[in-house]
Design a protein around this ligand. Structure first.
Ligand code: MN
Length: 235
């Protein structure tokens, strides 16, 4: 690797660093990668037609520039007629590494947020059927609405608590963090065996049952006890 070039000039201005607000602070949290865990609540695995037994966790990624910040709208994406909400606990890392032991994993956590793993379910289903990658279903523009990050220094490391989502006031998703098949420290440890985790990485930890479609004009309100809430308008 060559030494950094302080005077490097670019052929055009680089995109701004994607970043999330930190609850109660002026600083923003710069986002490096977004990892997502699939099927991490048994009742959601069942609703998607899968065996809820404790298979090895699997992961996909969203691009950091697909984050939707608190207060911004979710524009209904193109090329789909079946966009689903998936409310999820988001883990934000302040440091990383490889082969992180489960017992040390939470030391790497800066804080937690409430996120939505928005999914073009029709395109995801086609990809699954054809054995193709999931990006078209999962990594489109605005696919990752996220709340401000609540620092662990203030809220601790929640292991239980309601996780829920309402659409236009009607409760659609409801679960509890205690139902996570792979717990946060296990997720971090497992993921660090596959990738070099870094400060700024986010992990969307999976969704409980009740996923379903959103429509233009819908108001989504989700929350996790002890972490925060996330409100999004579909336009
Ligand atoms: Mn998900």
């Amino acid at each position: 690797m060559s030494a950094p070039t302080p005077t490097r000039r670019f052929v055009f201005n680089p995109a701004p660093v994607p970043a999330l607000p930190v609850a109660g602070r002026e600083e923003f949290f710069p986002v490096h990668r977004i990892y997502c865990v699939g099927r991490n609540y048994a009742d959601h695995a069942v609703e998607m037609g899968h065996d809820p037994s404790r298979e090895a966790p699997f992961f996909f990624q969203k691009n950091p520039d697909t984050l939707v910040l608190p207060g911004d709208d979710f524009p209904y994406p193109p090329a789909t007629t079946d966009v689903h909400h998936e409310i999820e606990l988001v883990v934000a890392l302040q440091s990383g590494g490889r082969d992180i032991p489960v017992a040390e994993a939470v030391e790497h956590v800066f804080g937690y947020a409430v996120g939505l793993d928005m999914t073009r379910r029709d395109l995801q289903a086609e990809a699954k059927k054809a054995g193709r990658p999931w990006e078209v279903g999962k990594a489109f523009e605005h696919a990752a609405p996220c709340s401000a990050i609540a620092p662990a220094a203030e809220i601790g490391h929640p292991q239980a608590g309601a996780i829920w989502l309402k659409v236009n006031g009607a409760l659609k998703q409801q679960g509890d963090l205690s139902q996570l098949i792979w717990k946060v420290p296990e997720m971090i440890s497992y993921l660090s065996g596959l990738f070099t985790l870094q400060a700024g990485d986010l992990i969307f930890s999976g969704t409980p049952a009740g996923v379903g479609p959103v429509l233009r004009g819908d108001g989504l309100l989700g929350g996790i006890d002890g972490v925060g809430t996330l409100s999004i308008h579909v336009r």
